[in-house]
Design a protein. Structure first.
Length: 482
């Protein structure tokens, strides 16, 4: 029998009335907000909301959220403290137990890490996440790769298509020298998880270390097609260029870096001649045409000679206005098509500008319709960048890195992870040099020498030629001879 209308209304309203009678406390609201931020990977906001919750009342959840976010920022000691508090308040808080194991692992405490991962497995017996992490502790901290393989084998019996277990099984087999088994596991993972770029990238890394450049390029191209990440694209570009580069053109330095054999500060006179030799490998007009239309066919030495040959370009002006002033506000407003248009316009006059090429490579990820189109920009940027670095170590005046523009020095220092704190002009053996005093990420002092003879000569010519438009200030009139 149907309820009377007035009773039906009460039935509908009662849950709402009950909820209204028990609103969320301020602490619960803070925790809900923190969880929402966690789902968005907004760790800073999540930590702030969790800290507000802790200010009202201590709780395991809030300590875990803060500890997890600190762990993601590599603030390991602070993360360890908060996660220990969380587990102390709630030993069954599975996320806190797992993250506490990670904190111990990253701090190098293998025994404590394994203990926590086993506690996590006891709380979650149907999951293999804790056992996989325990396997990694054996591989990374205890150098017991055989034990890693044993644990992962057990995991894969239960979950044969688990991507994480497959990936680290491939890594472990490779560490043991079982390359065929490693490739088998990487291939299995690639087949089971065709949308995961990590498997082709893993194969690409192995091939690159063996200097099997074509195989490495193919693998990284596949990874880049899936991920569109700059990291995979740069690796694909570099390996593509190295596959084109004859082994007679380069060697490995004592520290393993790549160096050119016949390109460098001591060879600049001959390099200048080669730029004008029609039919030769470094004829500048030919290099410029290839760089613009088919960079995937260029070798590393030809990439660098294109960069170096900019001083023969009729518009060569290495001290022109910095394109950063134009591009920065466009990037801030995410106007990527305008970034590309301005970069291309700048490159028409400065064809090897690293900042413009880098901007194209970044912006193309947001505007290009295919990974292949994006990779073309990365080929040009990565080719010039790695070519310049192969021109010298920068450690001594005799082994200075050759640059065609002073602004490129700052791009290179950033790539090398160095922060400049002073700059001075010097010289050695007839070469003009920029000496950069820098610090690396650990605060260690480094000196880097850049060979700037071509930019310096351009500037000297600019000031010695009063009739040159380049000698006038921006917006000024050309000087007239008397």
């Amino acid at each position: 029998m149907a309820l009377p209308k007035h009773l039906r209304l009460v039935t509908i309203l009662c849950p709402a009335l009950l909820l209204a009678a028990h609103p969320l406390s301020a602490q619960d609201r803070d925790l809900e907000e923190a969880r929402g931020y966690m789902e968005q990977d907004a760790c800073e906001e999540a930590s702030a909301a969790a800290a507000r919750s802790l200010a009202r009342q201590q709780g395991a959840e809030a300590h875990w959220i803060i500890g997890h976010c600190l762990l993601e920022r590599d603030a390991l000691d602070s993360a360890l403290w908060h996660l220990t508090q969380a587990v102390g308040m709630d030993s069954a808080h599975v996320d806190a137990v797992f993250d506490l194991g990670r904190a111990h692992q990253y701090l190098g405490d293998a025994e404590a890490a394994i203990g926590r991962f086993r506690a996590y497995t006891a709380l979650q017996p149907g999951k293999i996440r804790g056992r996989i992490q325990e396997a990694l502790v054996h591989m990374r901290l205890l150098d017991d790769v055989e034990r890693t393989v044993d644990i992962l084998s057990e995991c894969l019996k239960e979950h044969p298509s688990n991507a994480v277990a497959q990936y680290y099984m491939a890594v472990a087999q490779n560490k043991l020298g079982n390359h065929d088994k490693a490739m088998e596991w990487a291939g299995r993972g690639e087949q089971d998880h065709s949308d995961d770029p990590d498997f082709p990238a893993l194969k690409g890394g192995w091939a690159m270390r063996e200097e099997q450049w074509k195989d490495a390029a193919d693998a990284y191209r596949k990874a880049h097609a899936i991920s569109r990440s700059t990291r995979h694209g740069q690796s694909a570009a570099y390996c593509t260029i190295m596959a084109n580069t004859h082994t007679d053109a380069w060697h490995r330095s004592e520290n393993g870096d790549l160096r050119f054999n016949h390109i460098g500060a001591e060879h600049m006179a001959r390099m200048d001649e080669q730029l004008t030799e029609e039919g030769g490998p470094y004829h500048y007009p030919t290099l410029q045409a290839l760089f613009d239309s088919g960079p995937e066919s260029l070798s590393l030495d030809r990439m660098f000679m294109f960069y170096y040959g900019q001083h023969t370009h009729p518009e060569y002006s290495p001290y022109s206005d910095d394109i950063d002033d134009i591009l920065r506000p466009l990037f801030d407003k995410e106007k990527y098509k305008q970034v590309m248009a301005e970069s291309e316009k700048h490159l028409a006059k400065h064809p090897g500008c690293l900042k413009a090429l880098r901007a194209l490579a970044v912006a193309s990820r947001h505007t290009e319709g295919s990974a292949a189109a994006s990779l073309r920009h990365l080929l040009r940027y990565e080719g010039l960048l790695q070519g310049i670095l192969a021109s010298g170590s920068g450690g001594t005046p005799e082994d200075a890195i050759i640059v065609a523009s002073v602004s490129d020095e700052y791009v290179l220092l950033g790539y090398m992870g160095l922060q400049m704190h002073s700059q001075s002009l010097t010289g050695s053996g007839g070469h003009k040099l920029d000496l950069m005093a820098c610090k690396d990420g650990d605060g260690v002092e480094r000196k880097v020498y850049f060979e700037i003879s071509k930019p310096f000569a351009s500037m000297a010519k600019m000031f010695s030629d009063p009739g040159s438009q380049k000698s006038t200030r921006k917006g000024g009139k050309k000087k007239q001879g008397k």
